[in-house]
Design a protein around this ligand. Structure first.
Ligand SMILES: C[S@@+](CC[C@H](N)C(=O)[O-])C[C@H]1O[C@@H](n2cnc3c(N)ncnc32)[C@H](O)[C@@H]1O
Length: 270
């Protein structure tokens, strides 16, 4: 889920994304997002920042053989992996492209989504404006991103928990508080905001959390860069596996619709 993944090499990132998607919180919000997109047979749907293609097969099934699913990612290794994983679905194509300048015509898709992509982008507002450009009037867009500024990890050493969370916000994730902004980004781009939801991704099992949060790797990164004291961080890490564990982060989703032109506006155009 997070972008503690940004500390990983490509193959590890793919494994990381698979683990995050198969965690309980991951499966839950992905199911909700798919339902909210309201895909119908024959739809054309765009997945911007599709990664290794995790969600493309489910969308391919939903739009059927008469529909089309287009995955876009700027990372060639993700594109290759997504193509490999969707080879059995002729309605899926995967292209290399940048979320800030989508390789798609205006009003050419019925649905579009970004899933944990905006947190990484140089200009999330531009990416949402691009979604507005390519989705047809009446079409829907779904955005999902965590808000790392809400990360809470329980430990007796709360000072290190706080310093660790601050490090993620300031040094690890580019747009750490993007989650809370999703509805505003949709409105600013000219979408009608249909829904904004927040859920808590909570982990009470250290191993499940570790698959997503990568605490030792991020903590090492933090002490190497001087953001955490190494001895305190090591004993904080050890304490996390010693007794009940709890970590939680708020995860946001937002659904937008492209307004249809009003009848009077349409009449005056003809
Ligand atoms: C956290 S992963 C999420 C992947 C996928 N959406 C999922 O839910 O499994 C973020 C993805 O966004 C892609 N990405 C980051 N910046 C991008 C950009 N400017 N244009 C296109 N893709 C981008 C990354 O290569 C990565 O595959």
């Amino acid at each position: 889920m997070p972008s503690p993944a940004s500390t990983l090499r490509a193959a590890d990132q793919i494994a990381y994304l698979d683990q995050a998607a198969s965690s309980d919180p991951g499966r839950r919000y992905k199911r909700q997002l798919l339902t909210a997109l309201d895909l119908r047979p024959g739809h054309t749907v765009l997945d911007v920042g599709c990664g290794p293609g995790t969600d493309l097969p489910a969308m391919a099934v939903a739009v059927g053989g008469d529909g089309a699913v287009l995955g876009i990612d700027h990372d060639p290794e993700m594109v290759e992996q997504a193509r490999h994983r969707t080879a059995a679905y002729p309605q899926v194509s995967v292209r290399s492209g940048d979320a800030h300048a989508l390789p798609c015509d205006d009003a050419s898709v019925d649905r579009a989504r970004t899933d944990r992509v905006l947190q990484h982008l140089a200009d999330p507002g531009q990416a949402v404006a691009e979604l507005r450009r390519v989705v047809r009037p009446g079409g829907l867009v779904a955005l999902a991103d965590p808000d790392w500024d809400t990360l809470a990890i329980d430990a007796v050493d709360t000072a290190t928990s706080r310093a660790y969370a601050r490090f993620i916000v300031s040094d690890v994730v580019r747009n750490a508080d993007i989650g809370r902004q999703l509805g505003r980004l949709l409105a600013d781009a000219g979408f009608e905001v249909v829904a904004v939801d927040a859920t808590v991704a909570m982990f009470r099992d250290y191993d499940e959390a570790e698959a997503v949060l990568r605490m030792p790797a991020v903590a090492r990164h933090a002490w190497q860069s001087g953001a955490l004291d190494e001895a305190s961080a090591r004993s904080w890490l050890a304490s996390l596996t010693d007794g009940p564990f709890l970590a939680a982060v708020t995860f946001f989703t937002a659904i937008g619709r492209v307004p249809k032109p009003r009848a009077s506006a349409r009449a005056s155009e003809t």
